[in-house]
Design a protein around this ligand. Structure first.
Ligand SMILES: [Zn+2]
Length: 235
């Protein structure tokens, strides 16, 4: 985790050897200041959020795009007592909550589904999936798939291109097409909204998209941030 409470202040660790207590499980947190990565906290006896993953500069810069009090919010399922940390949570307590999950490392479809089931309880959920060209081939596939010329349709003042996924397998894009949340890709700092099943059909004259076919529109970073912050958006 990037933030923890130290003497009434929520922050990143500043010096090596710093220690504090996790507010949620009471476990001891120690400062980690790696030369190659961002300063963060580590649970000495295992993270209380079993979904926690190593985070880097990509996570940090996105978390910093949202106000401090919205970052890393721990949510607990009242029935099962299961606990997870949302990367960003907007509108807490307003009745119009939005969770943003920042996904850098690949996850299986089962993991995607269980996270959606947890976070979507009474909330809207956005995924921001990092299409990193360094760690996977998906970024490369995405880049050569982009095509806004051949097949396009307008929805909500945005132009969506309908295109084919290039690459050996369509597993990646199909997995995200099946999501019940709102899926966005971050590709080299450009943000794309992936149309879900319902919107895709609407864009495609009422016909479902074929396997490997997908529809995206490009958004500015600001438009994306606004969409997360807007309480009742249809997208
Ligand atoms: Zn903890």
């Amino acid at each position: 985790m990037i933030y923890a409470w130290v003497d009434g202040q929520r922050r990143q660790p500043l010096v090596k050897g710093e220690k504090t207590e996790c507010k949620h499980c009471g476990g001891m947190l120690t400062a980690v200041l790696p030369a190659q990565n961002i300063p963060h906290w580590r649970h000495k006896a295992g993270d209380c959020d079993t979904w926690s993953e190593p985070e880097g500069p990509w996570h940090l810069q996105w978390k910093e795009s949202f106000s401090e009090e919205c970052r890393e919010i721990t949510l607990r399922d009242p029935l099962t007592n299961e606990l997870h940390r949302a990367d960003v949570l907007y509108g807490q307590g307003t009745g119009f909550e939005t969770v943003l999950e920042l996904q850098h490392s690949p996850i299986s479809e089962e993991e995607r589904i269980s996270r959606e089931q947890f976070y979507r309880q009474g909330r809207r959920m956005f995924w921001l999936v990092h299409l990193d060209t360094k760690s996977s081939t998906h970024g490369w596939s995405f880049e050569i798939s982009l095509n806004f010329k051949d097949k396009r349709a307008e929805y909500n003042k945005h132009i969506y291109g309908i295109m084919h996924w290039f690459g050996r397998s369509t597993q990646f894009i199909e997995k995200w097409k099946r999501s019940n949340a709102h899926v966005f890709f971050d590709f080299k700092g450009h943000i794309f909204h992936l149309a879900n099943k319902r919107l895709s059909e609407q864009l495609n004259n009422g016909m479902p998209l074929e396997k490997g076919e997908f529809a995206v529109c490009e958004l500015t970073r600001k438009e994306f941030i606004n969409a997360v912050q807007r309480p009742q958006s249809g997208r």
